[in-house]
Design a binder for this molecule. Structure first.
Ligand SMILES: [Zn+2]
Ligand SMILES: [Zn+2]
Length: 677
């Protein structure tokens, strides 16, 4: 028997007899309780039962790793299909992938309801306890087809995906099997902790013309605790959903008659946006940015030069064509598709809602002859742009068709890239810290080595990539570099924020660009007297105000820091008699630009508190006999904690300090849940 060398992740090389399995290698290296459910063999995912036939490297895939979770989910989808076909003998499994949160499987079967899920889940748990081994079996084309004769959906996949004469694999557990490439968990007991969550319908292959199927969604985790934590997070996410809170707290509105994906900022939501914009603007001025304003449309020619038209047509609102021209073409009998062709080829002029602010800013740059003394030129605009997201993808404030970017374009020399990228990142850091979004990571997108699809000189790229790397490094947070993730026109830095319940939100980017300066033939006169090409940096650190505020609503669960709270103080009187004092307190607060609301109505104090709590003011200011007499206030915090008889003057001074310091949480009421040590 010949021997092979197996390299382990720590570099150890062990010698084994050929034919040893991944499971045996991993058990030998890590002991029986290794927690792995599959393995990388030379970097490729394989089953634990895979026999090794030549020297290679082996690394276990833990059930808690990203790849492990994926395998667990996909394996649970198989288990779901097995349970459904055992309970509903006529049901035909179609496809069942792992998805972001869990898994689903689509079946051709009579409709079922959520009430039926319980029995299916029970069956899954029963099967998992039986702990059948999951086996991979290679079949030739003929055998494969005979296994799936009864299922036209699987046959369609086989006929579409497999080249003539090619075989494939099935995965078998007990008597049940499915068409699949794997890998899978080695046995079913790994799938004990499943939960079926919902049932809906879907079309075969997403095609409305084809059969309607039943889709069952589920979750799976490696342990009971992990499953409970996931279910709790889902509950919490529902409570924090910005679409729900946005409505309850009256922060924004979407109206079908205005259009899908178009956000109407209500007065209360507008306060949050304005406060954020003011805060960002302050730091932009400090960093030497110039504010500009540009229109919401631009000529098609502008976007022909920039390259946004016609290439990105799919993701844009259709162009606007001048009325007279439209009429003339219609009179000539020009069809819509002829019109589209004329437009594409540049024979017709028109306008477009701007999908990006960059071309407008480029034109501000080129409106004057520039010299090295003008650089860096930093142009900032809260610029509204329009993109045609597919209607299925539109959601609340986070996927919209019109949004305002916290946009800016920096026109710099090659030498200035590093420092300017650093400046962009500093701004992000300041704001994340102020908002208590301290759990974030950074992705640096680099070019694919040896590819020729990139514009700009390789040496320039090297420098820009180094600049992005060291800027990311300087943040002191987790960062990764990802080859091939750069745009064709330059490297970039993305920010991904993790919220309190562990969800990740991709916010904005900083992006180096060698392309647009080229396309628009931008120049500046160097101190050598020669003309040079500037480099552009695009940056919108928060992406858009809509998305950012949507994320903030969920991040704070609607309980904003005082400086962002739409109405900071709700003044509540105990009785009729304190009306005048209430008005006096309100006037003093308003004088200091503190946002207040008075409730001096007839309801009981208990009822008033319950009503106002729903709007999540930073403080409820409660005024009665004692307060009016002594010129004090009593405060009630969001969690119900209270403080009484705070001198009015002191309260105003402290509140102003809290607001101007942008404290991450209201802090005027000491917490009564003291720890007992
Ligand atoms: Zn599978
Ligand atoms: Zn841009």
């Amino acid at each position: 028997m010949s021997m092979i060398n197996v390299t382990l992740p720590d570099g150890t090389i062990n010698e084994y007899a050929e034919g040893i399995t991944c499971a045996e290698v991993i058990t030998d290296a890590l002991g029986r309780k290794h927690g792995c459910l599959a393995a990388f063999v030379d970097g490729v995912e394989k089953d634990m039962s895979t026999k090794l036939s030549s020297s290679c490297s082996v690394k276990g895939i833990l059930s808690v790793s990203e790849e492990g979770v994926h395998i667990l989910r996909h394996s649970a989808a198989h288990l779901l299909a097995q349970a459904v076909t055992e309970l509903y003998p006529g049901a035909l499994p179609t496809i069942g992938p792992a998805i972001e949160r869990g898994f689903y499987y689509d079946f051709k079967m009579d409709p079922i309801t959520e009430a039926d899920l319980k029995a299916i889940q029970k069956k899954m748990q029963f099967l998992a306890k039986q702990n059948a081994v999951v086996e991979r079996i290679e079949l030739n084309e003929e055998d494969l087809k005979s296994h799936f004769e009864h299922n036209p959906y699987k046959m369609e996949i086989i006929n579409d995906k497999l080249e003539d004469g090619a075989g494939s694999t099935i995965y078998k557990q007990g008597e049940w099997y499915d068409l699949c490439l794997g890998p899978h968990v080695p046995n079913l007991s790994r799938l004990m902790f499943v939960k079926l969550t919902s049932v809906s319908s879907a079309y075969w292959r997403g095609d409305q013309e084809r059969e309607q199927l039943v889709r069952i969604y589920g979750l799976v985790e490696p342990t009971k605790d992990a499953l409970q934590a996931t279910l709790k997070n889902i509950e919490e996410a529902k409570k924090r959903d910005h679409r729900k809170l946005g409505k309850d707290l009256q922060l924004f509105h979407i109206d079908e008659e205005v259009g899908q994906g178009l956000i109407l900022w209500t007065p209360r939501g507008s306060i949050i946006r304005q406060e954020l914009q003011d805060f960002i603007s302050f730091h932009l001025r400090r960093q030497g940015y110039s504010q500009v304003f540009t229109p919401h449309v631009g000529k098609l020619d502008l976007y022909r030069t920039s390259g946004h038209f016609p290439y990105y047509q799919e993701s844009q609102y259709p162009p606007l064509v001048e009325k007279d021209l439209m009429k003339k073409l219609a009179d000539e009998g020009c069809s819509c598709s002829e019109l589209a062709n004329l437009m594409k080829s540049g024979d017709i002029d028109g306008y477009m809602l701007k999908p990006m602010n960059c071309p407008h800013h480029v034109k501000i740059y080129s409106s004057q002859a520039r010299s090295y003394r003008d650089l860096p030129l930093r142009l900032a605009e809260f610029g509204t742009v329009y993109r045609w997201e597919q209607s299925g993808e539109i959601s609340g404030m986070t996927r919209v068709r019109g949004f305002t970017q916290d946009d800016a374009h920096l026109f710099v020399t090659e030498e200035q890239i590093a420092e300017e990228v650093l400046g962009c990142i500093e701004l992000v850091q300041i704001i994340f810290n102020k908002l208590g979004m301290t759990d974030y990571r950074v992705r640096v997108g680099l070019r694919e080595p040896d590819s020729d699809k990139y514009v700009g000189q390789p040496e320039a790229w090297d420098k820009a990539e180094d600049a992005c790397r060291s800027a990311a490094q300087s943040l002191g947070v987790e960062w990764t570099e990802e080859e091939g993730e750069a745009a064709f026109y330059g490297p970039k830095i993305d920010f991904v924020v993790r919220d309190v319940i562990g969800r990740e939100w991709q916010l904005g980017t900083v992006q180096v660009d060698y392309n647009l300066p080229e396309r628009f033939d931008l120049t500046y006169k160097g101190n050598d007297g020669e003309m040079h090409r500037p480099v552009m940096i695009h940056r919108a650190p928060f992406g858009s105000m809509e998305r950012f505020v949507g994320v903030l609503i969920e991040h704070f669960a609607g309980k904003f820091p005082t400086w962002l709270t739409p109405t900071q103080c709700h003044i509540i009187t105990i009785s009729e008699k304190h009306k005048q004092y209430a008005q006096e307190v309100a006037d003093l607060l308003k004088e200091k630009e503190i946002r207040v609301l008075i409730d001096d109505g007839d309801d009981t104090i208990g009822k008033k508190i319950r009503t106002h709590r729903k709007m999540q003011p930073a403080y409820m200011v409660i005024l009665g006999e004692g307060e009016a007499e002594n010129r004090t206030v009593s405060l009630r915090a969001r969690n119900g904690d209270q403080i009484s008889d705070l001198p009015l003057d002191q309260f105003i001074v402290d509140l102003m300090a809290e607001i101007s310091n942008k404290e991450p949480q209201p802090c005027l009421v000491p917490s009564q849940q003291q720890s007992e040590d």
